[in-house]
Design a protein around this ligand. Sequence first.
Ligand SMILES: *[C@@H]1O[C@H](CO)[C@@H](O)[C@H](O)[C@H]1NC(C)=O
Ligand SMILES: *[C@@H]1O[C@H](CO)[C@@H](O)[C@H](O)[C@H]1NC(C)=O
Ligand SMILES: *[C@@H]1O[C@H](CO)[C@@H](O)[C@H](O)[C@H]1NC(C)=O
Ligand SMILES: *[C@@H]1O[C@H](CO)[C@@H](O)[C@H](O)[C@H]1NC(C)=O
Ligand SMILES: *[C@@H]1O[C@H](CO)[C@@H](O)[C@H](O)[C@H]1NC(C)=O
Ligand SMILES: *[C@@H]1O[C@H](CO)[C@@H](O)[C@H](O)[C@H]1NC(C)=O
Ligand SMILES: *[C@@H]1O[C@H](CO)[C@@H](O)[C@H](O)[C@H]1NC(C)=O
Length: 535
Amino acid sequence: MLSISVLALLVFCGVQTKAIQECEHVEHQSYVCREIENFEQLSQYIEEDWQSVNIVNEHTDIENDNSPLPKLSKLHALDLSQSGGLTLGRNGFRDFSSLQRLNLSHCQLEELRGKHFVNNATLVNLDVSDNDLLRIDRSLMRQMPNLVYANFSSNSIAHVELDAFKNLNHLILLDLHTNEQENITIGSNANLRYLSIGNNNVRDFQWCRLRGLPQLYELHLDSNWLEVLDMGIFYVLPQLRVLNVSNNNIYEIQRQLFVGPGPDVDPLLQLLDYSSNNVDFLEDYVFNRLHHLETLNLRLNQISKISPTAFRGLTNLQSLQLQGNKINHLPDEVFANLTALRMLDLSKNNIRQLGTNVFGSYILKNLSAFYLSHNDIEQLHPLAFSSMPFLQELRLSRNKLTALDIRMFAPLRRLRVLTVSENRLVEIEDDLLNTFDKLTDLEINNNRLTFLPTLKEQLVLPLLRHIRIEGNPWQCLCLDELTSWLHARLVSYAATASAYYSGRKPLCIVTPMEQCLRDLQAVREHGIVESYEHI
Ligand SMILES: *[C@@H]1O[C@H](CO)[C@@H](O)[C@H](O)[C@H]1NC(C)=O
Ligand SMILES: *[C@@H]1O[C@H](CO)[C@@H](O)[C@H](O)[C@H]1NC(C)=O
Ligand SMILES: *[C@@H]1O[C@H](CO)[C@@H](O)[C@H](O)[C@H]1NC(C)=O
Ligand SMILES: *[C@@H]1O[C@H](CO)[C@@H](O)[C@H](O)[C@H]1NC(C)=O
Ligand SMILES: *[C@@H]1O[C@H](CO)[C@@H](O)[C@H](O)[C@H]1NC(C)=O
Ligand SMILES: *[C@@H]1O[C@H](CO)[C@@H](O)[C@H](O)[C@H]1NC(C)=O
Ligand SMILES: *[C@@H]1O[C@H](CO)[C@@H](O)[C@H](O)[C@H]1NC(C)=O
């Protein structure tokens, strides 16, 4: 009762205060002020201890005045992102002479000029994201020599004056994501570490344009119109750790791209995101120099051919994403010596089989997740997973598997998650279930299973928490046995969103037998699978 009346009071207060101008203390020296129409009104509220103000307007926007307001110089932080829009007068932010953090996000600003700021401003953090700015000029940036963080994302900036950021010796992060730049003209900055020019209109581009950014660590060029990347990236950007060129039209990856910084110096790159491009072929030794690479994302390309040596040299690679390509054949030893690998995703390809020598002769001790769902695999060699005994998650859904071989799973003593849904399995054998002693999640839905082996209370699947079983032609008697075992063990199985459920239980086939028939031959003779397919 108490909580309800408190809530009612809060709602009531909220409604009442909406249109009223007021400031309230939030924490420490921070305040929220509501319905402030101009900086003069704000100035009247400011007291000795004020440092940070967030202006929240629902019924007005904010204008600034032309007369000096000395009290504003107390503030270190000003957030106008909820001010409902800002109209800047002649004085701009000149009265805020101690300002370190300024948030102008969502202010409907069309321009920001040098004259709006005091010379040698103390500003460290500037967020102008989500406005309508068209350009960035040197004369503006010159007024912020101490800037560390500059966020200009989501504007309409087409023009950045060359070397606009050159004298900002502390600048570390520059976000120009979602703008209209065709050419990269940022010029030099000695310390910049993070640069994003993602989602602009960059078409042709040469690394030499970034020659003035020797400390660049992270570069985002995703979602542009790039088709080719020219050679020798690390000559220009020797410190680069993260490169994102996702979602462009790049059709090849050339080994020469990754040369530099020097003949005996390895590139430091750790993350390479090439996802959503048009690459169709991975050539010999293409990534060979990237000894520090930990994440390689090649998902959603058109890759149909991979050289057996394409991934050589990636001795620190932990995550390899190849899902959503057109791979139908994996050459022998293609993943050999990737001993640091933790996750390999090959789902959504056209793979028919996994040769026994694809992983070479070394054990991949760190490989814990392997995804092969959504391929064309009919049969797996009994030794297919022999080089990855520490696997914890194996996904084989949406293939054409008709049987699971115990020799394949017996070595996988740590397996926790196994999905084999949407295959053509007719039977899962007793011995096989007994090997799954660490399994917590099992998906066997949408196969041709009519029964499972008798489940002995404690021994089988001791750690199972979740199972999916729907979409199989279960004999009702077998299903009853299974679900009562699941209930007794508190294993959840209902995927309520699935069409295969009627009420709480998956659909099943009523048979004339008096008990669950656990003999495949007899099941065939009774035509159980066929009668299910007619439903
Ligand atoms: C600026 O305000 C927006 C909206 O309130 C917020 O999402 C963003 O994180 C703020 N920027 C900074 C740098 O704090
Ligand atoms: C700005 O600061 C720099 C170095 O901190 C100083 O050399 C310069 O004179 C200052 N300019 C003004 C106009 O205060
Ligand atoms: C820049 O601002 C946008 C919008 O608020 C935000 O999504 C983005 O993460 C910010 N960029 C950085 C690097 O903080
Ligand atoms: C970008 O550079 C190209 C080639 O140098 C030039 O033709 C084009 O006009 C430039 N675009 C802009 C918006 O400056
Ligand atoms: C690269 O850019 C894409 C597209 O914007 C984005 O989805 C992805 O998260 C980015 N990758 C990294 C590692 O930042
Ligand atoms: C794997 O590494 C070993 C030892 O460094 C080397 O002898 C072998 O040739 C490598 N195999 C492949 C396929 O690169
Ligand atoms: C495997 O993972 C462990 C623990 O994170 C790590 O110490 C080891 O170096 C990794 N092995 C390889 C070959 O990278």
